[in-house]
Design a protein around this ligand. Structure first.
Ligand SMILES: *[C@@H]1O[C@H](CO)[C@@H](O)[C@H](O)[C@H]1NC(C)=O
Ligand SMILES: CC(=O)N[C@H]1CO[C@H](CO)[C@@H](O)[C@@H]1O
Length: 737
């Protein structure tokens, strides 16, 4: 035993491919310096055409170089971590801490109750002692339907959990499990086939009941009379105005709360915190803080897990993975949280709208090298104490072990009653909640800022990314959704940069330089819009005037440009394939890179500035249109969705058309003009290449403008506007400027 104590519960290894990567990084940085030298020594003279464009391009290149340097901080040293769950069980099986799991939902229409219940069921069925497990559903929609679905799920869980344990099924979200059994049915024996049919029938009954209630738009009187909890909705007036609704649906301590095999069930709690129109509710951060307080009164687990309502657990042992870090004798007491990656269940093969693949497969492994993983709001295990504001201390260590509750047993009604006040909307007045305690308020990416403040209090964090993904959610399935998601992220991150929580000053002296750069990579997302806009318009526009902004093809200065372009792209291509993507996926990723930077980031940047100037209303009112039924069909076929008239689409179409017009004009002039064709190509080759790449990457957009007939094409209003803008810009640039 004494020997074994010294074997750690987790191990850290260096990622492969470091030498090759570092060589390419160093050589690219040499190339970048040469480009600067060229720019500085070849500035067009005053009065010569292109001087202004030259300066702008140089500024864009300086920015790109700076940002490129920042991203290298996430790649320089990458590490992987492995856990040893068998050692954990051997040593601590009886001392495992209580775990409180928070599932947050906000809207029964956008987040259908049946999907939410699959997530709830998947986390209820974790391979973990049920008496130590509690699941809390925070329903910011305050919806009776979600509550009803929750009651039905609690009934179904009595069959589902024993079934999962008996046959060790994976994954434990019923919907995902039934899909996986449909494709392989060899693995089951006779008995299981029978049980499977039975459980599937039960699931379908449950889904049908929930679906019926939602479709009817009401809960039947029969159901209402059976569950006293519905009486809480008598005083309910709207989702923005109601008292706290809190129900302990399954009380784990109750000897009658057993599954069909007679085993203990996890505690299950429904919470819709109090909402009043005049009091700000702070979105998800507010919901999380209410959950932290309510759960401390009911189960008070030492470990908290929060998941978004679409992120079901795909690995029933994930809690044990997290505990391997937090209970490690050597380093565990320094670790505040364990973040898992966000993976998606419904990506198509070539990831038309990109995914977070490179972030989570490459960059987070680099951040982890600084013990500095970001908290990204879902799939994260926290120590309760740290989330409640505890500073790291070497002396006063945090224990992550089970402690029996002392004191008298409180009845369930008293417990509900006392917990209810903790979720009232005035509870936080004059407290540190939202500031030093719990998740921080006032930023669209409250999770990132919360993670940073934990790290600045001296704690470490860990990134756990096993091959088999622990959580699977839903990725956006339309272009607009994807762009809006990135707008929200980049806007929140830019706000952090400009706030008192900016890593530059807030993190100064508290976290390492590399770690700060790692944060900056995300915090400065939005700022990329300007350089990208310059690069995707100016070189093409200067084609119209036949002004060259790059070295000639025969000049030696072309070499650094060519090298940086080629090496950078090969590197990102190889990296993408190495993370498990496809070649076409990489190409789609490049397109999304361009689209995000020229719309999401631009709008995020402008909105942030407008916000700082004191205007509260967003400059752009962007509404996501409700998708029609063929949207998912087109998504499966990987046809880009441009339906809906958003200003974002106008920007995209204008940029795409601008490049097309410039190229067409240039071609016509070059072939009929007086200047020798060869000479034109000789001096303008890089500009032509850039323009052609921009045109090729925009092919799906031209198609949506001119060729498609389905509902996902660009609306004609957007088409006219963008044609006018692009044409106007070209004419102005050619003749007026
Ligand atoms: C999800 O879990 C299943 C096993 O149940 C596994 O086969 C699959 O690869 C996992 N999905 C991902 C994306 O890792
Ligand atoms: C490719 C894929 O799995 N698409 C699915 C993504 O999720 C939506 C909503 O659940 C499904 O309708 C799609 O079929």
């Amino acid at each position: 035993m004494g020997e074994k104590r010294h074997l750690p519960l987790f191990e850290t290894t260096k990622a492969k491919g470091k030498v090759l990567y570092r060589f390419s990084a160093v050589s690219v940085s040499v190339g970048i310096c040469l480009i600067w030298v060229y720019r500085v020594t070849h500035i067009p003279k005053a009065g010569e055409d292109g001087r202004f464009g030259w300066m702008l391009l140089f500024a864009a290149e300086l920015w790109f170089a700076f940002y490129w340097f920042v991203t290298q901080a996430l790649r320089w040293s990458r590490i992987n971590r492995q856990t040893f769950k068998d050692r954990l069980s051997e040593r601590y099986e009886n001392e495992l801490p209580g775990v409180d799991i928070f599932v947050c939902t906000a809207d029964p229409i956008i987040e259908p109750p049946i999907m939410v219940m699959n997530t709830v069921l998947s986390v209820m069925a974790y391979d973990y002692p049920a008496e130590k497990l509690s699941v809390y559903l925070s329903d910011d929609g305050g919806s009776e339907f979600t509550y009803y679905a929750f009651l039905e799920a609690a009934e179904f869980a009595k069959h589902w959990i024993p079934y999962c344990k008996k046959y060790s099924v994976e994954p434990r979200s019923p919907a995902a499990y039934f899909v996986s059994t449909a494709s392989d049915d060899q693995s089951q024996n006779q008995k299981q086939t029978g049980d499977l049919a039975l459980i599937k029938k039960l699931y379908e009954d449950m889904a049908a009941k929930i679906g019926n209630a939602v479709n009817l738009g009401r809960i039947s009187e029969e159901v209402r009379s059976k569950h006293k909890g519905f009486s809480r909705w008598y005083s309910y007036s709207s989702k923005r105005d109601h008292e706290t609704i809190l129900q302990i649906v399954i009380d784990g301590r109750d000897p009658n709360a057993r599954d069909v095999e007679g085993c203990v069930l996890p505690t299950l709690v429904y919470l819709a915190r109090e909402k009043r129109p005049q009091i700000h509710h702070n979105f998800k951060a507010g919901a999380m803080n209410a959950l932290i307080r309510v759960s401390s009164n009911i189960s008070n687990g030492k470990l908290l897990l929060n998941v978004d309502c679409d992120m079901y657990s795909n690995n029933s042992k994930a809690i044990r993975d997290a505990l391997c870090f937090l209970m490690d004798e050597e380093q565990g007491h320094e670790i505040a949280y364990v973040q898992f990656p966000q993976n998606f269940d419904n990506l198509t093969k070539n990831e038309l709208y990109a995914s977070l693949r490179v972030y989570f497969e490459v960059e987070f492994h680099g951040l982890d090298n600084y013990w500095g993983t970001l908290y990204v709001g879902s799939g994260c295990f926290h120590r309760r104490e740290t989330l409640c504001g505890k500073k790291f201390s070497k002396v006063n260590k945090s224990e992550m072990k089970w402690e029996d509750k002392k004191g008298e047993e409180i009845g369930i009604h008293e417990l509900e009653e006392s917990s209810r006040s903790l979720a009232s909307c005035t509870y936080e007045e004059n407290t540190q909640w939202g500031k030093e305690m719990g998740l921080k308020y006032g930023c669209p990416v409250e999770d990132v800022i919360t993670g940073l403040s934990i790290q600045c209090r001296g704690w470490k964090s860990v990134y756990c990314n096993p091959t088999r993904k622990a959580f699977l959610g839903l990725a956006p399935t339309t272009l607009l959704q994807a762009l809006l998601q990135h707008k929200r992220w980049s806007e929140g991150n830019l706000q952090i940069t400009l706030s008192k929580y900016s890593v530059v000053w807030y993190g100064h002296g508290k976290i390492s330089l590399g770690h700060q750069l790692g944060y900056l990579r995300y915090n400065l997302w939005a700022t990329n819009c300007w350089a990208t806009l310059i690069y995707s318009t100016l070189p093409s526009l200067y084609l119209l005037r036949r002004t060259s902004l790059f070295p000639q093809i025969s000049s030696r200065w072309i070499i650094p440009f060519a090298y940086v372009i080629i090496a950078k792209n090969i590197e990102s291509f190889v990296e993408y394939l190495w993370c498990g993507g496809t070649s076409l996926g990489w190409w789609n990723d490049q397109r999304m890179w361009l689209y995000e930077r020229t719309t999401s980031y631009l709008f995020a940047f402008i909105d942030t500035i407008v916000h700082y100037l004191g205007y509260t209303d967003s400059a752009f009112v962007i509404t996501a249109k409700v998708a029609d039924e063929d949207v998912s069909e087109r998504y499966e076929k990987e046809i880009m969705e441009f339906g809906g008239s958003s200003p974002m689409f106008t920007v995209l179409a204008t940029l795409a058309l601008l490049n097309l017009y410039c190229f067409a004009w240039f071609l016509k002039a070059a072939t009929t003009g007086t200047k020798g064709v060869a000479e034109v190509y000789e001096t303008m080759s890089l500009q032509i290449l850039l323009c052609v790449v921009l045109i090729v990457i925009n092919l799906p957009l031209y198609e949506a403008l001119y060729l498609r007939k389905d509902k996902g094409k660009l609306p004609s209003s957007v088409a006219f506007k963008s044609m006018a803008f692009a044409g106007f810009a070209c004419i102005c640039f050619k003749f007026l400027c």
